[in-house]
Design a protein around this ligand. Structure first.
Ligand code: TYD
Ligand code: MG
Length: 448
């Protein structure tokens, strides 16, 4: 007989508790615990009839057959996956609504279908007709993909069993539901059950499953975070919907590195890979006051992006601090260090900092470029006369410049694209003040 158990699960991190808490003991988020009633709690093992010891094997004797990966034909996706989809793996593709998850996964299946692979697209969010409309934009390959529009987990599993695809997309984990569970689709219990059952069928049948999952800030829908421990790979598709560039990165990968990042651009005809992202961003750099090229690292790949700053007198107290593509707290830190150690106090100004193209840079190595862009914007003087100035380095709280990883690769990338002025921490440039001075009067007049 099925027992029912009531417990509370966090929709942000999946933490479970027998009691309700206002604040999740797992992740510290407020108001994320929701009640779940389970008729048969997953994870409860069936009564064990016999216990039998098994003989451990030395790792060297464990057979590890070389599996052939399924290449999706989307180079950036294959690279982030570590060389293509591994048969029998479950890959979670997370991202905010409208970022292009369905477009990316449809394109991948289309290419696989064109290469003669058996594929299946399970759409729970959109009707088959809607998916067809998208596929028409993506081209003839995408139109070859067989589709089922279904939200019942049992039906989806039965269909996968019957069709035996080599690669399957389930779009999305939040709309599938198991009628045997009480929670509504998208609740922690449902999302876990859906992912767990898909994982099992992936492993048993050798199907590579791409599971789409929405990420929402509110936590009203259980986010992909609650599934991270379960799936083989977590890919995160990021960017701003209104902007053209999108980045795909692996947050977890059991079959490859988590350092790779793919860059895409959303076009009329779907997502286009941007293999030479640095070239693109450098060409677009404006060379105007407030513009500096940042030599960033996107995983193991150096990427040149333009950081722009605007400083304007403010009517507001406190003045505006707007950061796009960089962390707001890092901007605050850079502003404080500039005021204290760079002679540049912007307490009475609105400050806007943005990474051009909608790319997000989350690394301390961006500090120096932000600081230089702000200095240049404040003075209203462009830093590089003929070619843009490139920079990278972390700012310490005492105004010192700190080394960041892969300095040689960052410099090499900048040189490759013809940037001759590269400011970074070295023997001659050890502090922010020295960095500003090295750029001449444009940046340093006030910092002297
Ligand atoms: P979609 O893949 O549906 O996003 P998600 O599945 O992550 O919610 O597509 C997102 C947006 O991309 C949508 O607003 C329309 C736009 N788009 C294009 O600009 N060009 C295209 O060729 C396609 C298919 C979509
Ligand atoms: Mg979608």
């Amino acid at each position: 007989m099925a027992r029912s158990a009531t417990l509370f699960a966090c929709s942000a991190c999946g933490h479970e508790s027998p009691r309700w808490h206002g604040r999740c003991p797992g992740c510290g988020e407020w108001n994320t615990l929701v009640e779940e009633t389970r008729s048969s709690p997953p994870g409860r093992s069936p009564s064990r009839r016999s216990t039998r010891a098994v003989r451990p094997l030395p790792l060297a004797d464990v057979e590890a057959p070389d599996v052939e990966r399924l290449r999706t034909g989307i180079g950036e996706l294959d690279r982030v996956l570590g060389g293509g989809l591994v048969p029998g793996s479950l890959v979670l593709v997370g991202g905010s609504p409208g970022i292009g998850k369905s477009t990316l996964t449809s394109g991948a299946l289309g290419n696989l279908a064109s290469g003669g692979r058996r594929v299946l697209y399970v759409s729970g969010e959109e009707s088959a007709a809607q998916v067809r409309l998208r596929a028409e934009r993506l081209g003839p390959a995408a139109l070859r993909v067989p589709i089922v529009a279904e939200t019942d987990l049992e039906t989806v599993l039965a269909t996968i069993e019957a069709e035996r695809p080599e690669a399957c997309v389930v779009d999305s984990v939040q709309v599938l539901y198991d009628p045997g569970l009480s929670g509504s689709p998208g609740s922690v219990g449902q999302v876990r059950e859906v992912a767990g059952r898909l994982m099992r069928v992936a492993k048993e049948r050798g199907v590579a499953i791409l599971l789409v999952g929405h990420v929402t800030k509110e936590g009203a829908i259980a986010g992909p975070r609650v599934l991270e421990h379960l799936v083989d790979c977590v890919l995160s598709f990021e960017g701003e919907r209104e902007r053209t560039y999108r980045t795909l990165r692996a947050l977890k990968n059991r079959f490859g590195s988590t350092n790779e990042v793919g860059v895409f651009e959303m076009h009329e005809q779907g997502l286009v890979e941007v293999a030479d992202a640095s070239a693109r961003f450098v060409t677009e750099a404006t060379r105007a006051p407030g513009s500096v090229v940042l030599c960033a690292m996107e995983g193991s790949r150096p990427l040149l992006v333009e950081v722009q700053a605007l400083v304007a007198p403010s009517e507001l107290v406190p003045p505006r601090r707007v950061a796009n593509g960089v962390d707001r707290n890092r901007l605050s830190l850079v502003l404080a260090v500039l005021a204290r150690h760079g002679g540049l106090a912007l307490g009475g100004s609105d400050v806007f900092v943005s990474v051009a193209g909608g790319v997000r840079v989350d690394e301390p190595g961006a500090d120096l470029a932000i600081a230089l862009a702000l200095a240049s914007a404040t003075k209203g003087v462009a830093l590089g006369a003929d070619s843009p100035v490139a920079a990278f380095g972390e700012l310490g709280l005492t105004g010192e410049l700190r080394h960041v990883a892969h300095a040689d690769r960052r410099t090499a990338e900048a040189e490759k694209f013809g940037l001759r002025r590269i400011v970074h921490p070295d023997e001659r440039t050890r502090t922010l003040r020295e960095a500003l001075r090295s750029l001449g009067p444009a940046a340093s007049a006030r910092a002297a």
